[in-house]
Ligand binder design. Structure first.
Ligand SMILES: [Fe+2]
Length: 164
């Protein structure tokens, strides 16, 4: 990453964290924000589980183990946001409902996400499926996405008052 890109990344990431923190702080937007986090975290579990199975099939037990741990982490993160939603008296989607929802709008949702279409510019959706994705593409993109997200969550945590 060059210097300008690095600055833009920091500004962009800070702005994202600020917007998300203010959405969490606002009782009107908090449930949808938490639901978005829950869906993003829990929604990654089937993908990571498929990747773990693929790694096992390819004989890479180390990678399969790491992917299984990652899937369990995402599952747990989803449960944390589900707990937050329950505390607000909101209904929490089950994994099956989420899977159904994501299957219903799989292609258009993925293709219409401006962030992901830019992030994976040049890749066909088919090439990004768990069955096909190049391991290096997966690892590099996961590293970047998770690293940025961890910074966003850390910023949001410091920007937020204690939630009831
Ligand atoms: Fe997560």
């Amino acid at each position: 990453m060059d210097f300008i890109t690095s600055i833009l990344n920091t500004i962009g990431s800070g702005a994202t964290a600020y917007i998300l923190a203010s959405r969490l702080r606002d009782p009107q937007t908090r449930p949808n924000t938490l639901a978005g986090f829950q869906m993003a975290e829990s929604g990654a579990v089937p993908f990571l589980t498929k990747l773990a199975a693929r790694a096992t099939a390819e004989g890479d037990t180390w990678l399969a183990e790491k992917l299984t741990i990652h899937a369990a982490d995402e599952q747990r993160h989803g449960q944390i946001f589900a707990h937050g939603l329950k505390q607000l008296g909101k209904e929490v989607k089950t994994a099956a409902e989420m899977k159904q929802q994501s299957e219903n709008k799989s292609n258009q949702a993925k293709n219409s996400s401006p962030f992901f279409s830019k992030f994976y510019r040049g890749y066909e959706p088919e090439a990004l499926k768990a069955e096909n994705i190049d391991w290096l593409v997966f690892m590099a993109s996961t590293y970047i996405l998770e690293f940025d997200a961890s910074k966003d969550f850390a910023r949001m945590a410091t920007a937020l008052p204690m939630m009831s």
